[in-house]
Design a protein around this ligand. Sequence first.
Ligand code: BGC
Length: 382
Amino acid sequence: MKNLKKLIPLAIAGVALASVLTAGNPSTIKVRPFGKDRNGEEVTAYTLTNAKGMKVEIINYGGIVTRIYAPDRNGKLADVVLGYENIEKYIEATPYFGALIGRVGNRIDKGEFELDGEKYTLVRNNFPTEEGCHLHGGTYGFDKVLWKSQPYISGNEASLKLWYTSVDGEEGYPGTLKVKVIYTLTNKNELKIQYFAETDKATPVNLTNHSYFNLRGEGNGDILGHVLMLNADNMTPVDAGLIPTGEITPVEGTPFDFTTPTAIGARVNQEDEQLKFGLGYDHNWVLNKGEGGMTLAASVYEPESGRFMEVFTEEPGIQFYGGNFLDGTNIGKKGIPYEYRTGFCLETQHFPDSINQPNFPSTVLRPGEKYETTTIYKFSTK
Ligand code: BGC
């Protein structure tokens, strides 16, 4: 934490770019202004660089991961996440590029639930069917708020701490929820995300990150050739509104079986009711957890660049979303439109609509309890 002292005066003095460097430690954090949010508040971008030269840029608006520069098999860096070059575009329209998602990630049927005998109605902001549902925390979820932020270098690794208080009634949720997220870029080329929360009244909580990856580099074509492994023998099928039916079904013999690494595009257009509902892959897989704890959830290999990404998590589920709603209307950082299926998300999570599904692991957080969960995206090459 002693590096912080150096950083703060530089930032306050209005220097556009400040950097932190510890003696003998190549991890750095660069700080730069990133414009203003819709309330005129200053947004800041932090670039974390590790000992190997990998870089991750995060802004404190929405906790959005705006850039991840990962090496290919020849050591050449490319930005492997979709996103925008300025705050205006994030404010105008984004399908949650890179953002922290909460209070509850994924869908809640009709935005309604009952907890401790009380009925709650959340904002309905997503309409796969006319009835609609609550998606990713509502109209102004955690992806669209300004987080307090503090960069620091500890144990030779660069971190960004973000924290936010979601007030009682925000988007319809009960209780004041204090949330903290720590992003760390380790020297093993891992982006580690630690999530913490506490509440003063029982509330559902399900935090995740919504980065869209393209391991060929953002804006460089579709993701159908990426070879995906999901460590999951089961999934939670959905109805036409993308709400889980409550069943947990085996993936074996279906296009949802990624237990053996398979190209994303290999079966995505097969005749299958679940693929029809999702317009492709947009489902929750039930992770094989064994003893539980931190386990490998997924891996993705991109054969041309050799980039390989592994996802480890403590969460019981993962939403694999294949970018089916991307349609070229979002223009990316390089000025290239993000077309159909040019990015994919691997959102570690509790299962969708858990608050209405008694047989799914609970998402309820109660006063006195501590919500704590970690997910790691690890980059290497083959
Ligand atoms: C959901 C998709 C949704 C997307 C937002 C994903 O997490 O599963 O259905 O369209 O987020 O663009």
